[in-house]
Write a protein that binds this ligand. Sequence first.
Ligand code: COA
Length: 278
Amino acid sequence: MTLTPGQPESTFRPDLLAGKHALITGGGSGINLGIAQSFAAHGCRVSILGRNLDKAQRAAQGIADAGGQAIGLSADVRDVAALEAALSQSVAHFGGYDIVLAGAAGNFPAPVDGISPNGFKTVVDIDLLGTYNTIKVAAPHLSSPGGNILSISAYGIPVPMQAHVVAAKAGVDALTRTLAVEWGLRGIRVNAIIPGPIDGTEGMSRLAPNEQTRARLRATVPLGRFGLPQDIANAALFLVSDAASYITGVILPVDGGHNMLGAAPQYQMYLKMIEEKQ
Ligand code: COA
């Protein structure tokens, strides 16, 4: 099976995840779709879950057209009953899970005084509680030993206009580390990835909408380029594979070194965005 058109050949064995089943929330687009495609290209059956059924099914169809095995499911990760119904459908179709990828997230750039209490709560509900709900509902179906949980997190540093996201994702990190300890003896590994600026994603188009902001942002990445969805997928493949069998509780930045510079180099850019919003 080929990877996404235009992506480089995988460095991993094509049967790396043969016989496995992964649940991927938020898998209809962006980084999570890249992970779903890559897992499928390495032999994994994937259940793609999103709020929008059409989008999830289109993503699954794309994988099936490329020779992989996938189904699309619909649920809002804030709705435990809807998650339970979707996951029973997925387990009935492909069996229990070997991998749970909690990728669903909601985000918009807004300064603290430009967002309502309900706006803040909405992002915490999707990003933190949605991650917890996903893991909680999937856990009884997750193989043990041998199961893997992987969440998509964000920088644990102050990022202006992202207080709601940074606060929610700090909770995801705490959940990741705590579950890694609680479930270590069950043989379940629990890790997270922090994506840096990934080209072609919705987040990137909002953060850097024109060439000028793109150039400024690119200058804050030590490796001198934006990431590709495949960069995140490669890290995900490694973390859920046996090559990482002694790794748990890790929050791994995959960002070209961007985190080492913190938000400081972008500070003026953020100030300008806040000014424009007011
Ligand atoms: N700035 C400030 N507040 C915002 C906002 C923005 N850009 N977008 C939404 N909100 C607030 C709303 O005003 C509302 O608060 P209120 O009731 O006090 O007015 C609250 O957030 C909920 O908004 P709503 O649109 O009803 O929520 P939703 O559950 O339908 O969707 C998101 C929430 C985050 C998913 C939605 O903003 C969205 O679709 N974002 C883009 C998609 C996305 O996040 N993709 C992931 C990229 S990482």
